[in-house]
Design a protein around this ligand. Structure first.
Ligand code: 6R9
Length: 649
């Protein structure tokens, strides 16, 4: 595993916080000094100050059985109570929690009192369906208020949610339902996307069609108004059921280490990993980072994170962080270009959004469309911009700051993962001099190092990113697979968490992320596994063998490019390789989901392999990116690359 240092471009611009911004900054230098002086004491203070504990904890961290950490272990709290009821009890019940904007233009706002009331009813409804503490509930919904309500209702009962992104296929949904043995699925008839209704309920029907799953009930929110099939006894309309339940519900406390959710993410093998997060530590770090990285002033800010709840960013920075902090936020159902290419800017203008958190791929798409589009709306309310999901190139950073931010407001680049649960590396906007393109510094209380391949700590230069000490929001394991948890993250560098990312430390000690060093691709900020797409391709009757690489793409960061060998028996049926490529692209989209659809599929006769039979993806990446082919001396057959290159070009 070698690291490519591809930030050759010398980036020297620096942006100091404006005096006005610094003067009102939520974060102060003392966060760094306190955390340095007493790291565990620092997190204990954050946990006490940011959350309500029904039973205070006396122990901060139990690391006696690494890598299985326990944070605040003897404390008890209710996560949903922390996100809802306590704000109402503190007199902020009238503050808006959610401004929902539907793609067709419908909108609804919920105050904290109203959102609390909805969650109480939903908790009673789930109880009536037999959901108990520890049970798993799958959530397969569009970005509508019921998505947030469902997650919080599950959390309120001490049950465990597994949110499955609405863009995933029936097969992917079923695999996740089976792995977690979910009892209930919450879905919608359909949701709005690009001016049309996309069906969800029928994917659930397909996922459950053999009648052999763990699911007893499917709760269906009416959103798209599209026709749905109905399985009597199993399927229930959300609106019918919710009307019949009691509006009162008292939240019971659960231990800090009680499981909160499982979220599946791609790893280096074909099978997605169910990343497990628990309650007290996760909520502490989600709230702490949301407050300090986004400089949250809950009484006046309007925050908008554009992530879908199907991803970790939607969990930590749409649901748990903002609501724990009593923030007012916007959620939007649809795509940025519907019904027109200025839709996001129109939403910012309409709700006077002050903090925007989005992904580099979106920013690069807007760059291509041109500045005239955002400039025809008022973006003056914005005072802070955030980025997440992949490295943000300096040009996109500068464009974001200038065109969207009016040239003077901070841009924070936040590095973290599904596994880390919350932000780990980021500038603090009132304190840090910003460097476009660098995620910069570990947040207070987090210990990051860059190591060489042998595990030696580097002071400067490129290497592998590790997290040195346990952190509150860390994953507690992989659902049902403790061995895989140890192997994947902890075995490479004894006792340190290996993130799978390359990083470079510059002369100031600032961290620059360089992308994944394993077989995980990052397409539009979404993680995809080469192995998972390869196994989908070889599952097609035409395919004998497949190799998938992530090739650099101007807009999406990386794009999926596949090289496929067809079965001999089919070689002569190939009238048109383009047709076969189209077929295989559609097959992957249908099996995994549209985000996994390869940008290109090349039909080849052979794949480049080492003598031990390992596919050399590095060489295929050279081909896919149109580069000179690198060193081929370890190939079993050195001629193979010439043949592939001639096919592709
Ligand atoms: C939050 C999230 C995690 C992977 C991670 C890294 C990449 C995320 C980044 C970034 C550079 C940033 N990544 N943020 N790379 N700069 N600011 O995206 O979680 O979907 O699990 O992806 O995304 O490669 O390892 P997740």
């Amino acid at each position: 595993m070698s690291v490519q240092i591809d930030t050759s471009l010398e980036e020297i611009r620096r942006f100091r916080p404006s005096p006005e911004f610094a003067a009102q900054s939520v974060a102060t230098e003392s966060l760094y000094t306190d955390a340095k002086a007493d790291r565990l004491g620092f997190w204990a203070t954050q946990a006490r100050e940011l959350l309500h504990w029904n039973k205070p904890f006396t122990q901060t961290l139990d690391w006696s059985n690494p890598p299985f950490a326990k944070w605040f272990d003897d404390g008890e709290l209710n996560v949903a109570y922390n996100c809802l009821d306590r704000h109402v009890e503190a007199g902020n019940g009238d503050r808006i929690a959610l401004h929902f904007e539907g793609e067709p233009g419908d909108s609804r706002s919920y105050s904290y009192a109203e959102l609390t009331a909805e969650v109480k009813k939903a908790a009673n409804l789930l109880t009536a369906l037999g959901v108990r503490s520890g049970d798993r509930v799958a959530i397969y919904l569009p970005m509508i208020p019921e998505a947030v309500i469902s997650m919080l209702a599950v959390a309120r009962l001490g049950a465990v949610h597994s949110v499955v992104f609405g863009g995933f296929s029936a097969d992917s949904l079923r695999a996740r339902i089976d792995d977690a043995e979910a009892k209930v699925v919450i879905t919608a008839d359909g949701g709005w996307r690009k001016g049309k209704v996309f069906p969800l309920k029928n994917a659930v029907d397909t996922a459950l069609e053999d009648g052999q799953s763990s699911v007893n009930h499917v709760l269906v929110v009416k959103r798209g108004g599209n026709e749905v099939q109905w399985t009597e006894g199993r399927d229930l309309w959300w609106h019918d059921e919710i009307a019949a339940v009691d509006a009162d519900h008292v939240a019971k406390p659960f231990p800090a280490e009680h499981p909160l959710f499982v979220l599946y993410t791609s790893g280096t093998t074909g099978k997605p990993k169910g990343i497990l997060h628990t309650s007290g530590g996760y909520l502490t770090q989600a709230a702490f980072t949301h407050k300090n990285v986004f400089d949250l002033h809950p009484e006046r800010d309007v925050y908008w994170c554009t992530a879908d709840i199907g991803w970790i960013t939607g969990h930590s920075y749409v649901v748990y962080g903002p609501l724990a902090n009593g923030a007012t936020q916007v959620i939007y159902e649809g795509t940025p270009d519907t019904p027109h290419q200025g839709r996001w800017w129109e939403i910012i203008d309409k709700y006077k959004v002050t903090i925007l958190y989005t992904a580099p791929t979106a920013i690069r798409t807007f760059m291509k469309l041109g500045r005239q589009i955002p400039q025809s709306f008022s973006l003056r309310s914005l005072r802070l911009l955030g980025s997440v999901g992949e490295p943000i190139n300096p040009e996109a950073w500068i464009w974001y700051r200038h065109v969207i931010g009016g040239g003077s407001i901070p841009v924070v680049d936040t590095w973290w993962q599904t596994e880390t649960g919350a932000i780990m590396i980021s500038a603090l906007p009132g304190l840090t001099d910003l460097k476009p393109g660098a995620a910069q510094v570990a947040i207070p209380g987090i210990e990051i190092e860059v190591l060489d391949d042998d595990g030696n700590k580097l002071e400067e230069g490129g290497g592998l990113l590790v997290i040195n000490e346990p952190w509150p929001a860390m994953l507690r394991g992989i659902w049902g697979d403790p061995e895989r948890f140890k192997e994947t993250y902890w075995d490479k560098f004894q006792g340190k968490y290996f993130a799978g990312d390359g990083a470079r430390l510059d002369e100031d000690g600032d961290i620059w992320l360089l992308g994944r060093v394993d077989d995980v691709m990052n397409v539009s900020g979404h993680r995809l596994s080469t192995a998972e797409i390869e196994s989908s391709l070889v599952a097609h009757p035409l395919t004998a063998e497949a190799a998938v690489v992530g090739a650099a793409d101007e807009t999406t960061g990386q794009a999926v490019v596949a090289f496929v060998i067809l079965k001999n028996s089919h070689e002569h049926d190939i009238a048109d390789p383009d047709e076969i490529a189209a077929l295989l692209r559609a097959h992957v989209a249908q099996q995994i989901g549209a985000i996994a659809r390869p940008r290109e599929v090349f039909i080849v006769n052979e794949l480049p392999k080492t003598r031990s039979g390992k596919i050399m993806r590095r060489l295929l990446r050279d081909v896919a990116e149109g580069r000179e082919i690198g060193d081929t001396t370890t190939l079993a057959d050195t001629a193979v690359m010439q043949i592939i290159t001639s096919k592709v070009r």
